[in-house]
Design a protein around this ligand. Sequence first.
Ligand code: HEM
Length: 192
Amino acid sequence: MKGIVFTELIEMVEMNLGLEIADRMILNANTPNQGAYTSVGTYDHMELIRLVVALSDATQVPVPQLVQAFGKHLFGRFAELYPQFFTGIDSTFEFLPLVESFIHVEVQKLYPDAELPTFRCEQTDERFEMTYQSSHPFADLAEGLIQATVEHFGDELKIRRTDLGEKNGTEARFTLTPSSVPESRATQTCLN
Ligand code: HEM
């Protein structure tokens, strides 16, 4: 997993919860480099999980909640660091399909050793479905990133999550519907 994910987690904790909690998280996670990550380095994704579990112990906030909050933070940072992926994009439904078809493709070119998830998208007039699949159990991170996307574009959308496969966080479907439309009216046609 790319170091940017680690450096952003540590920065979020330092900013929102303070240096003491950040230090306790790093100490208790007992990672090989004691929190000395560089944004271009590559590290075992299990280290991220250990950090979040240690943070959960330190704060008594459940892990899924922490990972979702981190997803929201990460989205804000991506928007700052990679403005080119947002140029000319006005809505959640325009942006989300680009994660698989363009953004992560470019990320992979930039960092050939990035281990990215796959997203399958299906869209109709009233509903957008995005199915996450990864070798890592980061569906909570995807959920936070999707929530942040909706907030970023100021759309009024409900997000429903269905865990799939082994239901261990490596596979999940996110269904986005306008807050005003009952879900039963939506139909399924794949447009991309
Ligand atoms: C400008 C927008 C984005 C950029 C630049 C970006 C970039 C990245 C990068 C650099 C990683 C780390 C790869 C690695 O650890 O090896 C990553 C991972 C990830 N990205 Fe994105 N991403 C963006 C938007 C999104 C959005 C909107 C979603 C959700 C719909 C998403 C879902 C994920 C997930 C879940 C991972 C964790 C890896 C995994 O689950 O296997 N990304 N992304």
